[in-house]
Write a protein that binds this ligand. Sequence first.
Ligand code: F6P
Length: 557
Amino acid sequence: MNTPVDPTTTEAWADLQTLKDALVPDLRGWFEADPHRAEELTFDLADLRVDLSKNLINEDVVAALLRLADQVGLPGRREAMFSGERINTTENRAVLHTALRLPSDAELVVDGQDVVADVHAVQDKMFAFAEKVRSGEWKGVTGKPISTVVNIGIGGSDLGPAMVYEALLPYKQDGLTCRFVSNIDPSDIAEKVADLDPTTTLFIVASKTFTTLETLTNARIARDWLLNALVDAGAIEDTDEARKAAIAKHFVAVSTALDKVADFGIDPDNAFGFWDWVGGRYSVASAVGLPVVIAIGPDGFRDLLSGFHAVDEHFRTVAPEGNVPLLMGMLNIWYVNFWNAHSHAVLPYAQYLHRFPAYLQQLTMESNGKSVRWDGSKVTTDTGEIYWGEPGTNGQHAFYQLIHQGTRLIPADFIGVVNPAHPIKDGDTDVHGLFMANFFAQTAALAFGKTADEVRAEGTDEAIVPARVFAGNKPTTSILAPVLSPSVVGQLIALYEHITFVEGIVWGLDSFDQWGVELGKKLALEIAPAVFGDAEALAKQDPSTQSLVSWYLEKRD
Ligand code: F6P
């Protein structure tokens, strides 16, 4: 195993520190002094236009950030990922989500296995199945076509398909709806199935490992709900055979563990596989995307994959100076490690992207929330960013106050779309135009602020001038897309995947494991008997937990 370069020992790191110490943020002045600043710092990435000019950077900073990427060996690690080396060291796995997006005529052989052929064989199976569901050829046990798909999964087996489904609702086939059950809180599944007709419902059980407590519990509840409802309604007979036939028509699975799928009672013909080299949070382009394929159809899904692939190719081949994921990843390093930024806002000016921040939370925080490097040694600097956000303009009326006038530096990515799915007018006013005016206004206000003199010039009472001053110099990146198409959604996801990769490489992390979620899972199973009233198990807990569980038991009806 090679040792990661300690970024803090590189020349570029020292240069960046010197640049930071000397830099006085002045976005107003910088734009005035350089009429080409916007142009020079705006890039095209597939269909996306990405403007980095409202960041706290100049030419020297960008050059030093790119030197840092080089000095930590980023180009070599990137190639190692794309070519299938086992860069997920703690799990000894290749990291090949990019292979899920390769066209069928591409070539990638890993450990003697033709990965592209494997990927396309599963895609073909998914597409054929989805077509049957969409056309009504796939029928429930009583002969009715499917109208609702319920995906049961959690983490990467939920957030990706749920986010993409919501993002692409305008592309969804009429008469077909998807729902997503993830939480083990029984309220989730209870609410999601409450108004469903079991005869027209299809469950997808999605779990990479097929061992996840939440998913398997919800899958069993769903199975009981379906079978009991069918028997109670007289739709099927109360026999094992009839139940098995019903499961075959109403349950499919997505997993890397096809043996466990069979143990659960799902017909292996109705199972869609993927591979251990696809991380859960990187899996939406795999069979985990099945609900999306059913909703938008194979052509729409192919378009989504082509968007991913365009950005993969850009990241792999474009020179550093114009390589958008590389530049954005290095910008994040600049803010985290040199400006002490702790969090990063993602603000989609597109209601359809309302789950994108939640999706990015798993992608970025499960990947880079680490304090040891890929060789087990301690990290040498701060790692990880807290991603958060809400769609504009809702956020404007909630938390933007802190971004504008608070004491914390919060780099923010604004994501907007030019052509709306619903070109609605309010009288003569184009409402989408009004919406986007807010996007443009906010990024300008954050960058350029409002001086005390400007506030005074409005006739403001001197006593409240300070409260109405906006310091400006709040960094933002603007990302615009012509339309929120499947391809654009793929482009956005791949962009953030590669940003996350870049940061992880600088910090020396294995961005593809997630050991940090294990302890809580194990303890939950140990504490469960205490919650169910086992006094011995309760006595083994710490005093605080004992007291909490006791109170819980006392109040339980
Ligand atoms: O939270 C840990 C995790 O392993 C995630 O990385 C993963 O996406 C999620 O659980 C679900 O795992 P699975 O798909 O195996 O059910």
